[in-house]
Design a protein around this ligand. Sequence first.
Ligand code: SAM
Length: 214
Amino acid sequence: MDERYRGFPDGFFARDDASPDERFYAPTRLVTHLDQAAIEAVGVLYAELGLTGAVLDLCSSWVSHFRVPPARLVALGMNAAELERNAQAASWLIHDLNAEPQLPFATGSFDGATCCVSVDYLVRPVEVFDEIARVLRPGAAFVCTFSNRCFPTKAIHGWLAADDDGHLGVVREYFHHSEGWGTVVAERRTPPGHPGDPLYAVWARRELPTGSPT
Ligand SMILES: C[S@@+](CC[C@H](N)C(=O)[O-])C[C@H]1O[C@@H](n2cnc3c(N)ncnc32)[C@H](O)[C@@H]1O
């Protein structure tokens, strides 16, 4: 076990369904996991963060929620029939981040990375976040967005036990425990009292090399 998981309680990363993820994600689900206002809030944030060049969408499916698709979107997920329908993606790949946190991409090859409504399924998030930092160019942002629902049998117990503010704290910890990030921002992106799905986001930018101008 990586020492960096020491601060998390026992059982935090356990799941009710610990079977290989390929089994659960084999059925094609051409559904949206957020309502339209929350999807719009995701797109607004992506634009705000300047996710325009080569972008990696982790835990992707048939929709990636960009208002304007980036120049080259790579969609990584578990279901081929979903990913091949992703109209915003220039390319896609099947890759199980829980079985293999290492990413099959060159160091510094992306200008941004996203993970929408899926960070709660990662059982080795610290290694995955390390890898995301590795494949990002200095200054590039990685943003996790989520709401208040999930596939409960596949979400980690630590997530299921936390409330919305707790979820912001969990993802903040993933950034803090992994290597290569600058300041972490954690926010509710829909207004208080918003009647539909709330949207939350946590993001940070790949650190600049020491000594470079800010
Ligand atoms: C709730 S869906 C979200 C899909 C998409 N990001 C969206 O915004 O609609 C969860 C996604 O996480 C992906 N996923 C789950 N476990 C994964 C794993 N171990 N490695 C890679 N992707 C995974 C699934 O393929 C699925 O598309």
